[in-house]
Design a protein around this ligand. Structure first.
Ligand code: ZN
Ligand code: ZN
Length: 367
């Protein structure tokens, strides 16, 4: 044999071939660590941590990955957010790092991937937690549900639908730990988003800015192997789309912050109040890696100050921040995030917002 395996020749490495094959069919890809699933480290300015991933990088400059200028310059900073279908950029990346694994950005590839887990860790205690919002069918004992294969099958059953692993035939990739990735095509521009276990226990949804290793990827634990003859993703079945919507994988229609009628004394401060809300939510939606949790708390405090003077209901404050968080890829089902938001709001309520309204000031002067 030649040295092709260790020193890619003019035609490049198998990973480059695979990345270009994906790009040709409109799938956006980015480089991951050789034999791994973590993204390659970006440039110094864009990397919050030093190599190794635990020590803060003094050269890091806080900024939003979505709008990072490194991408226009063809760099792979910010992992999945660098994903592209540009063959020239892809070729450059894998010439630099021929052994890099290929990650696929689900949203930009117009895909939703149902990620079925086979390892039954963290089994829930409550029967209701196996299928959130759904009753288990008559005669289904929770102890028989030991993996995502089971819960997805039961979800199909309660919908009177065939097993998703069987019908409709779609690209299905066996994962190294005997899980399954079911690929479904969705409309370009659709807003499906990811979750961990929100659809069913041990079933994750990869969508939006989420990613999966492409079929054929080899990691230390094993391979991602396409099963059978079907190489194309089927359209997302209607019933599954309805279940995804029901379980919060599609954002509700955007809504303006609904401020409660303000007391007369602060009506002149409405513009200022709206600015406070907009700024807080924008900061969450664009939070840099490593700043997401902090941004939730800060937004909670800002909106909590409005709650404290009756300008906004607490439930609206939580909903608005949650929605902004989802734009940043923070699931509404993340308990830690919800706790952080609630903590921020509590802090804000203790220091109520006082708008600097000139008329209010004059009234005070007269008294
Ligand atoms: Zn960069
Ligand atoms: Zn950057």
């Amino acid at each position: 044999m030649s040295t092709a395996r260790s020193a890619p020749g003019a035609r490049g490495s198998p990973q480059l071939t695979s990345a270009l094959w994906c790009a040709r069919r409109g799938w956006a890809v980015f480089p991951m660590q050789p034999q791994g699933k973590l993204p390659l480290r970006g440039c110094e300015r864009c990397s919050p941590f030093l190599p190794g991933g635990t020590v803060p990088n003094p050269a890091y400059e806080r900024h939003a990955g979505h709008s990072c200028p490194c991408h226009a310059e063809g760099r792979w900073c910010h992992g999945v957010l660098a994903a592209t279908t540009n063959a020239e950029i892809i070729t450059g990346w894998w010439r630099t790092e021929p052994r890099a694994n290929v990650g696929l950005h689900t949203g930009r590839s117009h895909l939703v991937v149902i990620d079925v887990d086979a390892h039954g860790g963290n089994r829930p205690e409550a029967p209701a937690a196996f299928l959130p919002g759904r009753r288990l069918p008559e005669g289904c004992a929770p102890r028989t549900l030991v993996s995502g294969w089971d819960t997805l099958a039961v979800l199909a059953e309660v919908n009177h639908q065939p097993l998703p692993m069987v019908e409709p035939p779609t690209l299905a990739v066996l994962t190294p730990r005997a899980g399954l990735h079911l690929y479904y095509a969705v409309d370009p521009g659709s807003l499906w988003r990811q979750s961990n276990g929100a659809l069913a226990w041990a079933v994750d949804v990869r969508a939006g800015d989420s990613h999966v290793p492409v079929p054929g990827t080899v990691v230390r634990a094993g391979c991602y192997l396409a099963q059978g003859d079907v190489k194309e993703p089927a359209a997302l079945p209607t019933w599954l789309a309805a279940e995804l919507r029901r379980t919060g994988h599609w954002p509700p229609p955007p809504r303006a912050p609904s401020l409660l009628p303000a007391p007369r004394s602060v009506s002149g401060g409405r513009g200022l109040v709206e600015t406070v809300v907009t700024n807080a939510l924008t900061a969450v939606a664009n939070a840099a890696d490593g700043e997401r949790n902090r941004s939730l708390w800060v937004a909670g405090r800002s909106l909590g100050r409005l709650v404290g003077v009756g300008l906004m209901s607490e439930s609206d404050a939580v909903a608005l921040i949650t929605e902004a968080g989802e734009q940043r890829g923070i699931s509404r089902h993340e308990a830690k995030a919800q706790k952080t938001i609630a903590g921020g709001i509590e802090a804000g309520k203790r220091e109520p917002f006082v708008p600097r309204d000139p008329r209010t000031a004059r009234t005070r002067d007269r008294s």
